[in-house]
Design a protein around this ligand. Structure first.
Ligand SMILES: [Fe+2]
Ligand SMILES: [Fe+2]
Length: 190
């Protein structure tokens, strides 16, 4: 056997092993043997993301309706846009849980305690903007931690979270701009 044949045959046997392994673990779905993360842990962490995003959907949606009620149409539109993006984040995390063999937890029981952010209280326009800004700052920190945790262990989950993080940073900037526009001073100057 010359060198090329040796490499080819070992490559082929590798492919065969890979295929066999893939066939054996069909029931595992997207989780392959080379997955370096802890599947149960990943699902647990993503359940918290689902809960957090769900609470963000509910808060922004409540604020969008409340802001419209006080005739702040442009702020209401911004809240509504964010509510829609948070819903997309929630679905991304839920679908990743499904890919990993779990079932996304949408149970309203205990939702608030599974979430990293709070539902909020409504209030006047400035209070609502502040509640959202605080929530965005919390998720930014939380997702940065998760991204560092997943690192090379689970690049798919990490990349998904990086996309979400970029949106949250934009949201925080939007809320900050709204606060300056409606209160006249930046959040951190208080
Ligand atoms: Fe989000
Ligand atoms: Fe957000």
């Amino acid at each position: 056997m010359n060198e090329t044949t040796k490499i080819e045959s070992s490559f082929l046997s590798d492919v065969k092993t890979l295929r066999e392994r893939a066939r054996q673990s069909l029931t595992d779905g997207a989780v392959v043997a080379t997955y370096q993360g802890d599947v149960a842990k990943t699902i647990e962490l993503l359940q918290a993301v689902v809960a957090t995003e769900l609470v963000c959907v509910l808060r922004y949606q409540m604020h969008a309706i409340a802001a419209e009620g006080i005739h702040s149409e442009s702020v209401a539109a911004e809240f509504q846009e964010h509510a829609d993006v948070e819903r997309k984040h929630m679905l991304d995390a839920a679908n990743r849980i499904d890919q990993l063999g779990g079932v996304p937890n949408f149970n309203p029981d205990g939702l608030a305690s599974r979430s990293a952010t709070e539902y909020g209280e409504g209030g006047n326009l400035v209070e609502m903007i502040k509640q959202n800004l605080i929530a965005e700052r919390i998720v930014i920190e939380h997702y940065q931690e998760l991204i560092r945790y997943f690192g090379d262990k689970d690049p798919t989950t990490r990349i998904m979270l990086e996309g979400i993080l970029a949106d949250e940073e934009e949201h925080a900037a939007d809320m900050h701009d709204l606060l300056v526009a409606h209160q006249g001073k930046p959040f951190l100057e208080e």
